[in-house]
Design a protein around this ligand. Structure first.
Ligand SMILES: [Zn+2]
Length: 174
């Protein structure tokens, strides 16, 4: 996401047209992964990582009952834990010689991390630091502005622990 030197183009990059009904299209997960990871892994390893990443959006195994795979339904804590759980699988798998499992765990966590920016209002809130029309390019987005991560003023569902109605605070984009 280095292109877009003029303001108009950068606005187009923030248009959220990459999302379809709140979901990021597979082609964008692939492109983002390739941009971030090319040169760091072999082509074969990259394919396993990306395949595991894309598998998270499988309509049955990935979409039903797994908001934590996608930072959906304001499941921020659960999703953060899911990333951490996958991260903790990587080193033991490598030490056991199970490279494929390590690559798959890494692929799954990259999916969740990518969805965080597409499925939450983090980016919109970050852009709120700047006057409209004078937004920095996507590559300049602070990947972790702790000030935007407040989830107060939310209504927490007793049964699920989900945080809803986070108006003005971090919440589901849409
Ligand atoms: Zn997803």
């Amino acid at each position: 996401m280095k292109d877009g030197p003029d303001g108009k183009q950068s606005h187009a990059l923030y248009s959220f047209e990459i999302r379809l009904e709140g979901k990021m299209l597979p082609t964008y997960h692939r492109t983002i992964s390739m941009q971030a990871l090319s040169g760091l892994f072999s082509a074969q390893a990259l394919e396993i990582i990306i395949s595991a990443n894309l598998g998270q959006d499988h309509w049955l195994r990935g979409q039903i009952g797994h908001p934590e795979y996608h930072f959906d339904q304001n499941a921020f804590f659960k999703s953060r834990n899911y990333i951490e759980q996958n991260r903790l699988l990587i080193l033991p798998a490598l030490q056991a010689g199970d490279i494929r499992s390590a690559q798959q765990a890494f692929g799954r966590l990259t999916h969740a991390a990518q969805d965080f920016y597409a499925h939450s209002n983090y980016v919109l809130r970050w852009l709120g630091h700047f006057p409209e029309g004078r937004w920095p390019l996507p590559a300049e987005i602070d990947p972790f502005d702790a000030g935007l991560l407040e989830v107060r003023n939310c209504v927490q569902e007793r049964s699920t622990g989900r945080l809803n109605h986070c108006h003005g605070y971090l919440g589901l984009a849409g």
